[in-house]
Design a binder for this molecule. Structure first.
Ligand SMILES: Cc1ncc(COP(=O)(O)O)c(C=O)c1O
Length: 382
C-alpha cells in the first residue's frame, strides 16, 4: 500500500537528508562534551557549536552569536523567556500582555506565572486572527514589563504585525517576546529590525531534528539577562544549564540555512499548491471556508471549515491516503474546540468541522490531495 501523504508539517517536519548528513559525524566521531574545553575532543565539539551559533545568529539578524541560547525546543524557550523575564524584572512591574491565540507553551506558562504574582492580560484578535493593536496599546500600564505575541499562528497560519508590536513595546520600554516556532525558517526574521527582545524557535518545524531549539536574548539596548529556570553547570551564560546537544545544534544550523536559502522559492511553490487545493475543493463545495488571514498567512498552512463534516471522521476515513489534523485541541480526557478558532468567532460546532493541512517539502500533488478530500467529504455527506 502507498504511504499516505503527510500533511501535518505545522506539527512537525521530516529531517532534511542534507541536515542528517551534517549531523552524522557528531554522534560517533566528534562526540566530545562542548564544555570540556581542556582537550581536543571537547574543543572539536565546541568549535561545531560555535559555528552553528554564528550561523543561526546571522540568519536571525542578531548582533552577536552569544545572543543565541540553545534549548530543547520552543516550549522550553518560551518557558525560559516568560518565567526568566518575570523573575528577573518583577521588581519593576508584574504585568504581562499576550494574545488569546498563543500556543499552550505560552498560555500555560503565563497561567503558571500567576502563582508567582504575575498579572496577565490576553488581548483579542480580529476575525482573521490578527491581534488588535489598539487593544494591545490600551492594555499597557505602568506595571507592564513584557509583551509576548506569537509571530505566526500554528493552527490558522496568521502572521502578526511583529514590527509594529516591537516598535510599540520599544516606545514604552517594555520587553517584547515572540514565539516564532512556526515562522523561523518560513518567514524572514530580523530581530533588531523588528525590535524583538526575545525570540523562541524550534528546529523540527523547519526540517531540522526534534529536541533542539533556541531563544534569542538581546544583548544591545537593552542588554537582557534572564533568570535561569533550571539549575546546574551554568551553561549558556548561566541562562540554561545542561550538556549541549551537539548533533542537534549542528543540524538546526544547517536546517535554518537551507530553509532561509530556499524560503522564497518554496513559499511561492507552497502558496500555489495551497491555493490549488483550496480552489479545487471549493469548486465542489463552495461553503468550505478558509480560516485565518487571506494574505498575511504562512504559505504552508491551510485551515478549512467543512460544514456538515466532522473533522475526526474525515481524518479517520482518509487515514490511508492523507495524514492531517483536526482544528480542535485534544487532551486525553476530553476533546475541546480549539481556543484559536473560538477566538476568531468560529462556533464550537464549526470548530469540530475544521481541519488543518500543513504543507511541506514533500507536498507536490495538489490534485491528488484535493481529490482525496473531495471523495472523503462526499462519502461523509452521503
Ligand atoms: C507556536 C508554537 N509554539 C511552541 C511550540 C512548541 O514547540 P516545541 O515542540 O519545539 O516544544 C509549537 C509546536 O507545535 C508551536 O507551534
Amino acid at each position: 500500500m502507498e504511504e499516505p501523504i503527510y500533511l501535518d508539517h505545522n506539527a512537525t517536519t521530516p529531517v532534511d537528508r542534507r541536515v542528517l548528513e551534517k549531523m552524522l559525524p557528531y554522534f560517533c566521531e566528534v562526540y566530545g562534551n562542548a564544555a570540556s574545553i581542556d582537550h581536543i575532543h571537547g574543543n572539536k565539539a565546541k568549535q561545531a557549536v560555535d559555528e552553528a551559533r554564528q550561523t543561526i545568529a546571522k540568519l536571525l539578524g542578531c548582533r552577536k552569536e552569544s545572543e543565541i541560547v540553545f534549548t530543547s525546543g520552543a516550549t522550553e524557550a518560551n518557558n525560559l523567556a516568560l518565567i526568566g523575564a518575570f523573575r528577573k524584572f518583577r521588581d519593576k512591574g508584574r504585568h504581562i500582555i499576550s494574545s488569546i491565540i498563543e500556543h499552550p507553551a505560552v498560555l500555560d506558562t503565563l497561567n503558571y506565572l500567576k502563582c508567582e504574582g504575575a498579572e496577565i492580560t490576553l488581548v483579542p484578535v480580529d476575525a482573521c486572527g490578527v491581534i488588535d493593536l489598539e487593544a494591545l496599546e490600551a492594555a499597557i500600564t505602568k506595571e507592564t514589563i513584557l509583551i509576548s505575541v506569537m509571530f505566526a499562528n500554528n493552527e490558522i497560519g496568521t502572521i502578526q504585525p511583529i514590527k509594529e508590536i516591537g516598535a510599540l513595546a520599544k516606545s514604552k520600554s517594555i520587553l517584547f517576546h515572540t514565539d516564532a516556532a512556526q515562522a523561523a525558517g518560513h518567514e524572514k526574521i530580523n530581530v533588531y529590525d523588528m525590535d524583538i527582545d526575545l525570540l523562541s524557535f524550534s528546529a523540527h518545524k523547519f526540517c531540522g531534528p526534534k529536541g533542539i531549539g533556541g531563544l534569542f536574548v538581546r544583548s544591545y539596548s537593552p542588554l537582557i539577562k534572564l533568570s535561569p529556570i533550571s539549575f546546574g553547570g551554568g551553561h549558556e551564560k548561566g541562562m540554561r544549564s545542561g550538556t549541549l546537544n551537539v548533533p542537534g545544534i549542528v543540524g538546526m544550523a544547517e536546517a535554518l540555512s537551507l530553509a532561509n536559502k530556499e524560503m522564497k522559492a518554496e513559499n511561492n511553490r507552497l502558496m500555489e499548491v495551497a491555493s490549488l487545493i483550496c480552489q479545487r475543493i471549493q469548486q465542489t463545495f463552495p461553503d468550505i471556508k478558509l480560516n485565518g488571514h487571506p494574505q498575511k498567512r504562512l504559505s504552508h498552512n491551510l485551515n478549512l471549515t467543512i460544514p456538515g463534516v466532522e473533522a475526526k471522521a474525515l481524518i479517520h476515513l482518509l487515514k490511508n491516503k492523507l495524514s492531517f489534523s483536526a482544528g480542535s485541541a485534544c487532551s486525553t480526557v476530553k476533546v475541546e474546540p480549539s481556543h484559536v478558532l473560538k477566538s476568531i468567532g468560529i462556533t464550537d460546532e464549526e470548530a469540530f468541522q475544521t481541519i488543518r493541512l500543513g504543507l511541506g517539502q514533500s507536498t507536490l500533488d495538489a490534485q491528488r490531495i484535493a481529490d482525496a478530500l473531495i471523495q472523503g467529504i462526499l462519502r461523509i455527506k452521503g
